[in-house]
Design a protein around this ligand. Sequence first.
Ligand SMILES: [Ca+2]
Length: 405
Amino acid sequence: MSARPVAGSLLALALAVPLLAGCSSEDDAASESGDEASTAPTGDAGEEPEEDAGEASDEAERTPEAAPAEGDAEVTATLAENLRSPWGLAALPDGTVLVASRDDGTLSLVDTSDGEPGTVSEVGSVPGVRANGEGGLLGLALDPEFESNNRLYAYATTASDNRIIPLELRLDAPEGERLDAGEPLLDGIPRGEVIHNGGGLAFGPDGMLYATTGDAADAPLAQDPDSLAGKILRIDPATGGPPEDNPAPDSLVWSLGHRNVQGLAWDAEDRLWAAEFGNDTWDELNLIEPGGNYGWPEHEGDGGADDGFVDPVEVWPPSEASPSGLAYSGGALWLATLRGERLWRVPLDGAEPVAEPEAFLEGEYGRLRGVLAVGGDELLLLTNETDGRGSPDADDDLLLRLRVR
Ligand SMILES: [Ca+2]
């Protein structure tokens, strides 16, 4: 089930056409009965989880680090308003926040010091960005040495590919000279004409750069180990090449068989998790194993283990999720969802959920895009009503600060 021969291109075409016709990937317009989500837990403070593992025996089996079964999420500030198609999110050491505009290809700086909205300043644009549907200026990742090298990385869609572009940010430089783009660290990531461009970018605790790529609406590419599409890539930021300890020699592929992953997060024990858009049946939360094959397009959701695929840890119908951003805070994973318009909390005990996922903010802010843990019990959260699929209010989109547990 690993290598698919090149001769599969006809099959690829045959598979891709119904995919293009049947779904819009970040949210599936084919089944608009989104209100069926009323059976989902609402996250009200006094409400019991659907399956409370409250029996004494289960409690006793939990490690001390286990997250509580029930959590909370409270919006404590609106830090920015009127953001346009915000996507990537990065917190600078001084507490200010960088936000990427997918469609404008620009980076803006949000001054969060007074906890009030209004102070957003554009710092520059990333050259060559060609926004197209789900493509454009996508994920941002701050170099771990940012304080000394002023470097960050952006995942961007151009006219020909998706690529990772190093940027140097000089906030003390004159206006118009504050952002410099270098030669691409990596280019040639297949570009979806409209959908499935991936776009997640994050540094791991190992100092390596991880990127999520979509299947570019050519689903069999996700199973082709020689294609960069439909993968999680692990990249040496010093060279743009594969680290020596990647699963396959001379390959950037860290895991394969992904349809369209955008959210990445590491837990307290440095396990990598990924949030993945399903087609029309199951969105997935996956625990990523090096070299693991996550099944797409042979399997969506559970049921692939017998065929050698890694099954997801949690699944949701796309109407209740369509997850983009992912963060880890307070022992739980937090998924920001577009079509589901809610923030899902998955409390963990080690690598196992301790309770059913719990939903917060449902219907309060509309589509949610990026989420970033910024230390302590705080998350930053981007709404995404201006991405062409929402119904923006006058002040959308917003950058919110949350306190969670
Ligand atoms: Ca899968």
